[in-house]
Design a protein around this ligand. Sequence first.
Ligand SMILES: Cc1cc2nc3c(=O)[nH]c(=O)nc-3n(C[C@H](O)[C@H](O)[C@H](O)COP(=O)(O)O)c2cc1C
Length: 186
Amino acid sequence: MDVLEAIRTRRSIGRVSREPVPRETIEAILEAANWAPSHYGTEPWRFRVMTGDGRGVLAKAYGDIAALEAPEEKREEARAKAEAKAYRAPVVIAVSALPSDAPKVVRAEELAATHAAVQNLLLAAHALGLAAIWRTGGPMYHPLMKQALGLAENEELVALVYLGKPEGPPPEGRRRPVSGKTIWMT
Ligand SMILES: Cc1cc2nc3c(=O)[nH]c(=O)nc-3n(C[C@H](O)[C@H](O)[C@H](O)COP(=O)(O)O)c2cc1C
């Protein structure tokens, strides 16, 4: 699959099979992510790969956050429902930006570079026949999530990428035409 085809046919797919993904495939995807560009060569992206029982850390964080936010009588129900979210795919990759503290480095650019790494990751997964979805949501930004995943104080989570073998056909893609988002200055 060439890069234009991969870009055009990639879809966010949340429903995947429980079948484990071989470690070599995950490594190939991470390798592609690692080729993202970064200003001053800071390479600020970091990956926490959760598989099998390793997803328990994410489940506990989802559960603790939901329990904190639920009324007391619904607390355990909310916890169980939230914990299950960590098991929606056999692989979950938490992607974070660890900004360099070198002079001249702009924090926004460190986030931009990490976002580029996420897109590389999604495209590589697709090219290798896997389904993936970039998820964020309130719990991802909660301080408890950062603590549970062991992020440094200045490190920021940007994505929880759920990966697995696709189940069923991909959804149809839709975009408004690029012509409406472009100004040509000739
Ligand atoms: C920063 C970011 C955060 C996202 N968070 C979520 C999310 O929390 N849940 C979700 O279902 N999709 C999420 N998505 C995926 C978008 O919903 C998806 O890209 C969009 O619907 C377009 O579909 P496509 O990726 O198949 O073209 C996110 C995408 C981005 C770029």
